[in-house]
Write a protein that binds this ligand. Sequence first.
Ligand SMILES: C[C@@H](N)C(=O)N[C@H](C)C(=O)O
Ligand SMILES: [Zn+2]
Length: 228
Amino acid sequence: QELPGDFVLLSQIDPSIQQDLRYAGRHNFMGRRIAGYDGNECVVKRAVGAALREVQRELRPRGLSLKMLDCYRPVRASRDMVAWAQDGRETAAERRYNPGFSKAELFRLGYIAERSGHSTGAAVDLTLVDLRAPKGPPFDPSRDYADCTAPAALRAPEGSVDMGTGYDCSDAKAHTAARSISAEQRRWRTILVGAMTRQGFVNYSKEWWHFSMPGVASGAYDFPVPRR
Ligand SMILES: C[C@@H](N)C(=O)N[C@H](C)C(=O)O
Ligand SMILES: [Zn+2]
């Protein structure tokens, strides 16, 4: 597959890193595939991919794996998010991701960026999978799950360790340093942030899952996320 600039498929750098690009399907805050996500394939700048391979190398002997939730994001996807946030409607399923305020506030409060670092290939959203834990149920789009701040057994399943909130939970509980989580949830966040920081990534304080690599970005791109 031809990719512009210095972009690579993460699967070619480290196929052991799990991928569940949530914006390529229905299990996300918009409840549908987001524009530009033609496939579930993590694309990043080469330096980011190399650093993720090193993070994975550190985690694997501990029985853990990275799971990518978002990688390179086409500019058209951010435009789709802006239009959705301003459409004046809000379903209960959408509200699960921002239980404390309306989706129209998501950009002003810093939970989604109009010009996202993801579009440069230098930012990623990710979590940890405990390779020794049982697999857990799949996401069922017809079910009424509890909101993203609820206990893990009640919220939509994500097939990953319990970080205290679901992915893309726009709430103070998702702030990386939140005090309102358990010691075990804090321990998982500390493991993820520690492993990523050691390879040069910087965490975004409002989202335990969002990391970027300084010095790698060189402009925003709009090619579609490829199919596998
Ligand atoms: C939307 C969320 N996954 C995210 O990535 N937020 C940051 C702020 C962004 O949009 O760049
Ligand atoms: Zn992100």
